[in-house]
Ligand binder design. Structure first.
Ligand SMILES: [Zn+2]
Length: 304
């Protein structure tokens, strides 16, 4: 490790790892594990949640506490997405490096601007998330900045790996640009498509695609669909334009199926994040998959 790199790490307040030591990473959600793996393929990554879980609400289990205690860095969404469990986890793990304001705690949402500040509400908090909508992980335009910031942080943590990290960062950016161009092309056919959603999980991607989430099954962001709200949705004139009900795989199907039974709209259940299935095991593949499914329904609605 040369002096300049050591100095850079010290400036950031990171305890630089010795050469050859694998970076131990605590990823709050699978999307950040995916980005970390793209930059440091041999990182030892513990992912706290899966696509089958609601990332707003998980339990600070003992296995998570010990994983955070062992980690060199935690990579999370931030903007209060994990407000219901991460603070408790951080405090119980009492890892000196993984603390608010320390470089060992990386928040993706702090690297980009957010939609709808003051508009993201959570059951556990019962109040407004002032930062804005934290569900940024499917936004083709925001991910490159997040990757760059994450690469900076990881390179400072493992200065001996910096060269390799920078190379993979550039490769990721090139691949992402190519994918984004493909998605942009698909977006022209999807523009104006109107969908019903449950929460803003897919919101950034839908907005990027020009797809309009005209109906939300949640009465307010973060509140579960209620019978009265669903009746209101059924009477909402905006429903006439809706071609599809889109929910995430961790969400209960009943509200969506109820609305589908009243309207004959198709229900599409998609992973809200990266999974271990080959067609959605990276962020790029997940975005392609979501776009494919939207295109499928769009075509069916047009020609059906
Ligand atoms: Zn949310």
């Amino acid at each position: 490790m040369d002096f300049k790199r050591l100095f850079a790490a010290t400036l950031l307040g990171l305890a630089a790892l010795p050469a050859q030591a694998a970076i131990k990473v605590f990823a709050c959600e699978p999307e950040w594990a995916d980005l970390t793996r793209a930059l440091v393929p041999d990182a030892d990554i513990h992912t706290a949640t899966s696509a089958r879980q609601d990332p707003h609400y998980i339990e600070a289990r003992p296995s998570l506490i010990s994983a955070m205690r062992r980690a060199h860095i935690a990579v999370c969404t931030g903007a209060s997405l994990e407000a219901g469990w991460l603070p408790a986890l951080i405090s119980r793990a009492s890892n000196r490096e993984i603390q608010p304001g320390k470089p060992g705690l990386f928040f993706a949402a702090e690297q980009v601007s957010l939609h709808q500040p003051h508009n993201h509400v959570d059951r556990s908090m019962g109040d407004v998330h002032p930062e804005g909508d934290p569900h940024i992980h499917l936004d083709p335009d925001r991910l490159p900045s997040i990757v760059n910031a994450l690469a900076d942080r990881l390179a400072a943590l493992a200065p001996d790996d910096e060269h390799a990290i920078r190379l993979r960062q550039r490769q990721w950016q090139v691949r992402w640009k190519l994918e984004t161009a493909k998605w942009r092309e698909a977006a022209t056919s999807l523009e104006g498509l109107s969908v019903a959603v449950q929460h803003s999980n897919f919101g950034y991607l839908l907005r990027w695609l020009g797809v309009e989430p005209s109906i939300d099954l949640e009465p307010k962001p973060g509140l579960p669909p209620s019978a009265s709200h669903l009746s209101e949705a059924l009477a909402d004139p905006a429903l006439d334009r809706v071609r599809l009900i889109l929910i995430a795989s961790y969400q209960g199907e009943r509200p969506a199926q109820w609305l589908a039974s009243k309207t004959e709209l198709p229900v599409e259940i998609l992973p809200g994040t990266v999974t271990d299935q080959p067609e959605t095991d990276t962020l790029a593949k997940l975005i392609s998959h979501i776009i494919d499914r939207l295109e499928h329904h769009h075509r069916t609605a047009e020609h059906g």
